[in-house]
Design a protein around this ligand. Sequence first.
Ligand SMILES: C[S@@+](CC[C@H](N)C(=O)[O-])C[C@H]1O[C@@H](n2cnc3c(N)ncnc32)[C@H](O)[C@@H]1O
Length: 501
Amino acid sequence: MISHAVLTPCLPYDDPDAALRWLERAFGLVHAGPGDGPALVTAGGIRVAVEARRPGTPHVAVRLLVTTDDVDEPHRRAVAAGAPVVDGPDDAGTFTVADPGGHLWTFTRPAGPPAPDVAPPTDDAPPAPAGALPAVLDGDASPQERLGRLTDLAAPFAVRVAATLRLADLIESGVRGLDALAGRAGADPDALGRLLRYLAHRGLFTEPAPDEFALTETGRLLRESGPAGQRSFLDLEELGARMDLAYIGLLHAVRTGEPGYAAVHDRSLWADLDAVPHYRRFFDNLMMSQNHLTAPQVAALYDWSGVGRVVDVGGGSGALLAELLRTHGHLRGTLVDRPDPAGTTARRLADQGLAERAEVVPGDFFAPLPTGGDVYVVARAITDWNDRDATAILRRCAEATGDGGRVLIVEVLPTEPHVPHLSPFDLQMLAVVGGRERTLADFEALVAAAGLAVTRVLHGRGGLALIECAAVAGPAADPVTDAGSAAADGTGAAPTLTPAG
Ligand SMILES: C[S@@+](CC[C@H](N)C(=O)[O-])C[C@H]1O[C@@H](n2cnc3c(N)ncnc32)[C@H](O)[C@@H]1O
């Protein structure tokens, strides 16, 4: 099937065994058999080597150009294997898919045009290194159209205004005329009509009769009862849209590496949550809905039988701790979080009848943590921070565990096949909190920098990973310096185990 390939010495993958299985399924590349060094896989004229990416080494993605008379068959096969199609197929059948290591494979006919934006490599020009990866392109759009679509701000804001004014719920309830809609939404009829017609052109509404509006399938997603809660997330008066607006601070974030949020809203996300109760409620609800999926898995996957006390570091709403205590009756728990959420969480745990076994300590995870826990859980908090701060938090956990204790990092990792930077998640973390997306190998590097070693990794559904770590014997890790943390605002004194009121 494949007549010619540009060879690449080695393709690094975080999980080479999974990559070998994937390459066989998607491209029919067969492992040439065990031997020393990287595994060789071949099919037709393709011959590439697969190796493990060493923890801590930078991610390097490679692009390959495969010429073949039959581009349809590899396309069918790659799509059936679930490979994300990054580009194409175009009129000539040329298409590009991403593999689990983020390497891009462009399939094209020998006489066909080169892959978009990809100069065909020659024998003396190796494939382009990472950093020159093609963008997610827009089918047949011209460059001008493509740039226009990438930069348009009207649609993102028009949809958010429609969500904020609850137009979908009003229309669904039978309010369809423009004047009536404007009256109920508190809007100017002329301006509202212009907004609705603009969005009608984009598939959210229809105008079946002059000044009468109806919902499309997409428009129905903006109802309060929409399945994924998009309406409240898009509401410009709520926290979700406020977090999205942190992108206005992306220039600041890219220049400084610091979050864009404070540059736009004058205080960090965490301070904002402390200051505005309905932002806190929104955030807690968001965390609780995510814990709905993850907390039962954490309770079931990890062996809690030998654990007396669990310390939930940055435990937020308390949803995870509550699930652990409900599922494992012998367990006692301490939750550490900033003073404002700590108070609310203490009341929430008491309302669930867990006050006897759960204590909530207002504190700062950049300062010394309560000692005496058997397992220190840090759930979905590390992703919020840059490497320096994330390491500092893990060091505080390592200090508090002492000998024999464990640190359990709970995170939702990118699901395979993962193409780094294809989704906006990493940029969103940078803009909102100054954090970043990390792979398992990235977490292993952080853990090592904090004086810990990964003892095992448990995988759950939807990318959930439980990374268990223990302190390594030998020289102590560098002491944590509060001055080294952009986020530390604690006193540095070890907190007492006094329940918050
Ligand atoms: C993304 S939330 C995760 C909450 C919880 N672990 C969960 O899985 O639902 C991050 C948490 O870190 C907390 N946090 C932020 N800065 C903190 C600090 N300096 N000390 C302690 N907690 C902090 C926030 O209040 C928030 O509850």
